[in-house]
Design a protein around this ligand. Sequence first.
Ligand code: 6PG
Length: 259
Amino acid sequence: MSSGTGTKPLRALEKNGARISIFSNTELLFSAARDEILRVLADALAKRGTCHVALAGGSTPKSVYALIRRSVEDHTAPLINWSAVHFYFGDERCVPPNHVDSNYKMAMESLFAGGAIPQANIHRVQAELSPAQAAEQYEKELRAQFGKSLPAFDLILLGMGPDGHAASLFPGTQALTEKQRWVTDNWVPKFDASRITFTLPVLNNAREVLFLAAGAEKQPAIAQVFSSEPSVPAGWVHPLHGELLWMLTEDAAAPLFQS
Ligand code: 6PG
């Protein structure tokens, strides 16, 4: 499987069961991620007629969303039947949908603003509710879409924080131990706030997980993720039956080449 149709990585390798593509700068990483996302969409639609994608928050995905929107607007993206594509959020901050910190707001502005995607296909977390209610509501929303068995997202897009968190699974937090729930609220002491997040069973049941990480500040976490016994949440994301792809900038990837 290619890691993108147009943008070739500087280096490509495999480690700990993951494919890793490394790019010399963020612009190339953004366009490779756009290509990969569009490839997965087209592939899922061709094979199953629908596509379910979970989006990430953070600055790296935001730039990728803007590129996808642009390529749809200028018709350089492959023709996609957007009415069959459903978007979800792998995590959300506990704020109303018009709040500056909302991942939904960020995606609305960067990805959905062009209007190609029907509003009914954008499944947001009702993060204006209490954290427990918001998590419960979102799990119900997923169950309404996927039925009883654990969802197998065609694609879960993730960023990684410098502390090695993925979605809103932060090191040392309760949600990391969750085995039954698909979505949970998670108290994050360093923010003195709760987040809503997919749990590890959902992340690890995806058909593909695509991690995006850029910048030298991600080096310690990358070293951890690709060590023999990862001690950070991002290192515990390993789809059981699916693909794991990491797209990194060269500076973020430096620890992979240190002995
Ligand atoms: C969020 C995220 C989070 C993010 C990472 C990386 O809502 O904050 O989903 O997990 O992806 O913190 O963010 P950057 O791309 O900004 O480094």
